[in-house]
Every structure is written in structure tokens, then in C-alpha cells.
Design a protein around this ligand. Structure first.
Ligand code: MLT
Length: 277
């Protein structure tokens, strides 16, 4: 395995006009973990503390405005701005190209990173994400969601998201209850400024479908069997459009595979990493 050389990994990196908190675990070549909306590095806690840490040095930044990284005043969080943040993390912590793992919005950021600085990317893991832009209905839905957060607050958003993001579990299932509580506490912890800026950036993000054929690094697509936001058929079509990409469907998971089925996620990604030259 080729070792990506490391620079010292600080807890905080200077990004463009802001500071970015970076959680870190593991050893070996660097892997960048990009979180979804409206989450933060905590969605990767099972991954950071799981078997992938024996294969890779895992870096999970809080994108600007999320988790412990402050909101920096932008009314719109573009995917390109988040990718510029990721570049700042990589220029500070790595001396060569890295594995990039992005979930949903983190996948959109991974696409923006590939468009901006492909030389920093050694492989891609695209989790519960898609290349297509929002259509008119989805764009209107983003504006409605932003208005609802302003009117009704974050707790209502968190409840609605748990129903949409997570695969169904039996009533009274303790692990499912804990999962919903973890998700709710993360959503409710993000500022209203960040949630609204994210929604505008998601609404306006570019379509990356035409770029898929130009991805020349090894790529794994992972999708939850019950993912209602980026369903299996779309994930398989996306993998088919990326030269040589594989697609793994994870049973018993919805849109948050690394939190819902952490062992299966680590196994799929670990096997993919083990195949890297
Ligand atoms: C996410 O999980 O990051 C969001 O579902 C992305 C989206 O809504 O497009």
C-alpha cells in the first residue's frame, strides 16, 4: 500500500476566512470524511472508532458553520466553498492525494473537490449521494424547508429528518431509538444561519452528471437499501456512469449508512481500501 505522507494534523485548520475543526483517528494513509446536511463530524463517530482506523488515518472536518466550526457569515454555503474548506484541510494535513469519502451533501462536496483539485483525490467513496442537481420542485422544497426552520425551529426539522433519513425499525427497538436521538441532537445543534445557508447551497448546486465519466480514480458507491432520498436505482446508475466504479447496497439502512449499519459500512469500505494499489 502506498503511504500518503502526513503533516502534523492539528485540531483546527485555517480555512478561507474561517477556522475548521478536524476530528482525527487511526493510522496509515489519509482518508477525508465529508459529512452530510445538517450534520457534523459526529455522524462519523462509529467510523472513527471502528476497524477502518486500522487501515487509514481518518480526518473528519466540521464544514464551515457545522459542529465546532463557526458560521462565517455567508448567506449561501456553496458546494465549491465547502470544497475549498476541504482543500485547506488537505493542504494542511496531507502531502499527497487522499481517499475522499462523502455522504450525501458530503458527496456533492466530493464532486466539487474533484472538479476543483483532482490531484488531491486518490479514490472516492460516494455514500447515499447523487450527481443530479435539484429540479424545480426540489428547489422550491429547499426554500420551504428554510422558511419552516425559521418559523418552527430546529426540533421540528430534526423530527422530520429522522423519519426521512432512517430505515424503518421495529417499534421499541432500542438501537433505533438511540440512533434517532443521536441524529436529533446533531441537527438541533447546528445554527439556524448554517441550516438556511446549507439549504440555499443545496438548492443551487450544479449538476455533476456530465462529470461522472471523467472520474479516473477508483470509486465505490455505497447506498442504503431503503435510502428514500438517493435511492438504490440512482446509485447504481451513477456507479455505471463512473469508469470502473462498484456499487454496494447495504441491507437494513436508509440514507445514513455509516450511522445505521456501521459494521457493514466499514466492511464495504475496508474491502475497497484493501484493493487499492
Ligand atoms: C444530506 O443528507 O446531506 C441531504 O439529504 C442532501 C440533500 O438533501 O440533497
Amino acid at each position: 500500500m502506498i503511504e500518503t505522507s502526513h503533516l502534523p494534523v492539528p485540531d483546527t485548520v485555517h480555512g478561507p476566512g474561517t477556522t475548521l475543526h478536524v476530528a482525527r483517528a487511526g493510522r496509515g494513509p489519509i482518508t477525508l470524511l465529508l459529512h452530510g446536511y445538517p450534520l457534523d463530524h459526529r455522524m462519523w463517530l462509529d467510523t472513527l472508532h471502528g476497524p477502518l482506523a486500522a487501515q487509514r488515518t481518518l480526518l473528519a472536518p466540521d464544514l464551515r458553520g457545522h459542529g465546532r466550526s463557526p458560521w462565517a457569515g455567508a448567506a449561501v454555503h456553496t458546494m465549491a466553498q465547502f470544497a475549498a474548506d476541504a482543500v485547506a484541510v488537505l493542504r494542511t494535513c496531507a502531502e499527497g492525494p487522499v481517499d475522499v469519502v462523502g455522504l450525501s451533501m458530503g458527496g456533492y462536496v466530493a464532486f466539487a473537490l474533484w472538479a476543483m483539485a483532482p490531484e488531491l483525490v486518490r479514490s472516492l467513496v460516494l455514500v447515499d449521494t447523487k450527481a443530479a442537481a435539484d429540479d424545480a420542485t426540489a428547489r422550491a422544497g429547499r426554500d420551504a424547508a428554510a422558511a419552516a426552520v425559521v418559523d418552527s425551529g430546529r426540533a421540528a426539522l430534526a423530527t422530520g429528518m429522522a423519519a426521512k433519513l432512517l430505515a424503518p425499525r421495529p417499534t421499541g427497538d432500542a438501537a433505533g431509538q438511540l440512533l434517532r436521538a443521536r441524529l436529533a441532537s446533531m441537527v438541533e445543534a447546528q445554527s439556524v444561519e448554517t441550516i438556511v445557508a446549507d439549504l440555499r447551497g443545496l438548492r443551487d448546486r450544479p449538476d455533476r452528471t456530465a462529470m461522472l465519466g471523467s472520474i479516473t480514480v477508483p470509486t465505490l458507491v455505497v447506498v442504503g437499501e431503503h435510502d428514500a432520498i438517493t435511492p438504490v436505482a440512482g446509485a447504481k446508475a451513477m456507479a455505471a456512469a463512473i469508469p470502473g466504479a462498484r456499487c454496494t447496497v447495504v441491507p437494513g439502512a436508509g440514507h445514513l449508512v455509516p450511522m445505521e449499519q456501521p459494521e457493514a459500512f466499514a466492511q464495504a469500505v475496508g474491502a475497497f481500501f484493501a484493493d487499492q494499489p
